[in-house]
Design a protein around this ligand. Sequence first.
Ligand code: NAD
Length: 210
Amino acid sequence: KVAGIIVQQPLPECIPLRAVIDAIDPRKDIDGIHPLNAGLLALGYEGYLPATAHASVELLKRSGIELAGKDAVVVGRSNIVGKPIANMMVQKGPGANSTVTVVHTRTKDLAAHCKRADILIVAAGVPGLVKPEWIKEGACVIDVGVNRVGTKISEKTGKKIAILSGDVDFDAAKEIAGYITPVPGGVGPMTITMLMRNTLNSLKFKLGIA
Ligand code: NAD
């Protein structure tokens, strides 16, 4: 009766993530975290794509941003965001063909890499990590980071809610970037859309109508 399964990470430390991932039927792996789907992506074959990574690349494509030949820098190398984004953008084919650099905590000069990016995708989980002066004039910035930086009272409900911020200082960066996604309201809603798409495809496959 189940069409799709996602694993909400991080798991409690007592639960081994790898064992949980291995237990997912790859045909129901709608967040593309099973090694089979990760391998299919790396090889450029069709499979389930991780929703956030897919959302980030889909936002570029649907905004008419040319990816071919562009210098793309991905900040973050997680299995569910950074690595799959890099794998998608480096593929040979339409809506890809970028020259991709993945940077991370051990990268020597983060600023220099970011500065030469035509397309800068930031998924580190560190508020304000990417400074406005690290952004190339006219670059396209996708801010994947979602950080809780405080709390406020919701005007709608009167309840205490989290104040969210991305990994990029949006207000300063928007004056330099050609395109930039806000947090909240950028990658997040598109992630839900990609997850729904995978769920629908999984259901169609299950019903034999795919
Ligand atoms: P993660 O912690 O697994 O990975 C973060 C990566 O960033 C690591 O590879 C690390 O090397 C790199 N990094 C961290 N600090 C850095 C620094 N100072 N300099 C350079 N690199 C650094 O996180 P994740 O699961 O990949 O998520 C990343 C961010 O995206 C988080 O803020 C998370 O909340 C957000 N996220 C958003 C969505 C969405 O739907 N919008 C979905 C998933 C994750």
